[in-house]
Design a protein around this ligand. Structure first.
Ligand code: ZN
Length: 278
């Protein structure tokens, strides 16, 4: 699986452009991934809805229960999946995030016959889990994701992280908690973040784990500017070495001058000390 021209390439993956988008993202974007469920009955119906101009909604990818993948919008283009949204001081997630929709019915209601979705379809007990949503206090019933879907989302996010400066993976339920419950507790969102974002960081240093020890000794910083340029040399006129680093990114500090830290993040370079807290 790889990405060419902002399109995910693999045998069997489809690209069907949706008209529901608003042009290219800014330089250095996307930097985030938003995970969703479709709350629908099939991937095909989700693709139809997200390509219908009257619905004014879209996403970059739709992932079917059998592991099918349909891309609707190129990754460098603003899709309409997040709506009103904010998280850690940033809002309007459509502008800088990739939206992944996973075919799943969402929250289910227990009835005498079984477990029913909001659109009236029944699901057998083997496809249902009872769990408490991160934004709720009581457990409820949720449609399970398939193993193929979960594995595929992990693989797709991994390729996206390798291609773009992705530093954040969030659920729609975290950036719009008053309106949204997707992807819900049936999706292993925390595991996805742990495995893909923290592993990436640990692998920045060396393969034998000594990077972790160094990190523990305190020579790390966190970006405090909304976007921080990373330069090839420690002065303002030096060329940038990579797209800007977003707020909250952890930096491993390798060296310093009076005003600059040399850091290891996406690439090695120099950042202004003014915008890094240590
Ligand atoms: Zn959503």
């Amino acid at each position: 699986m790889d990405i060419k021209n902002h399109r995910l390439k693999n045998s069997g993956f489809q690209f069907k452009e949706s008209p529901n988008h608003s042009g290219k993202m800014k330089d250095g974007q996307p930097d985030s991934i938003v995970i969703h469920y479709t709350a629908g009955g099939s991937a095909e119906s989700a693709v139809r809805t997200l390509s219908n101009p009257a619905r004014k909604a879209s996403a970059h990818l739709v992932i079917g229960r059998d592991g099918s993948v349909t891309q609707l919008v190129p990754f460098d283009t603003v899709a309409w999946h997040a709506g009103r949204s904010s998280y850690e001081g940033r809002s309007g997630f459509n502008n800088f995030s990739i939206g992944i929709e996973i075919d799943n019915a969402g929250k289910l209601t227990k009835t005498e016959e079984g477990h029913t979705s909001w659109f009236g379809k029944d699901y057998p007990a083997k496809d249902v889990i009872r769990a408490t949503h991160r934004n709720e206090h009581q457990p409820s019933y949720w449609h399970k994701y398939t193993e193929q879907q979960i594995n595929l989302v992990f693989d797709v996010c991994s390729v996206l992280i390798d291609t773009y400066a992705i530093t954040l993976i969030v659920g729609h339920e975290e950036i719009a908690p008053s309106r949204k419950t997707d992807p819900g507790p049936a999706f292993p969102l925390d595991k996805l973040r742990e495995r893909l974002l923290q592993t990436e960081r640990a692998e920045d240093g060396s393969a034998d784990g000594s990077a972790d020890e160094e990190t523990m000794q305190g020579n790390v910083g966190v970006v405090t500017a909304s976007k921080l340029n990373i330069r090839s040399e420690p002065w303002l006129q030096a060329k940038t070495a990579a797209p800007p680093i977003p707020r909250g990114t952890m930096l491993k500090i390798l060296d310093e001058t009076d005003d600059w830290y040399q850091v290891d993040v996406i690439t090695r370079g120099w950042v202004s000390k003014k915008f890094v807290s240590t």
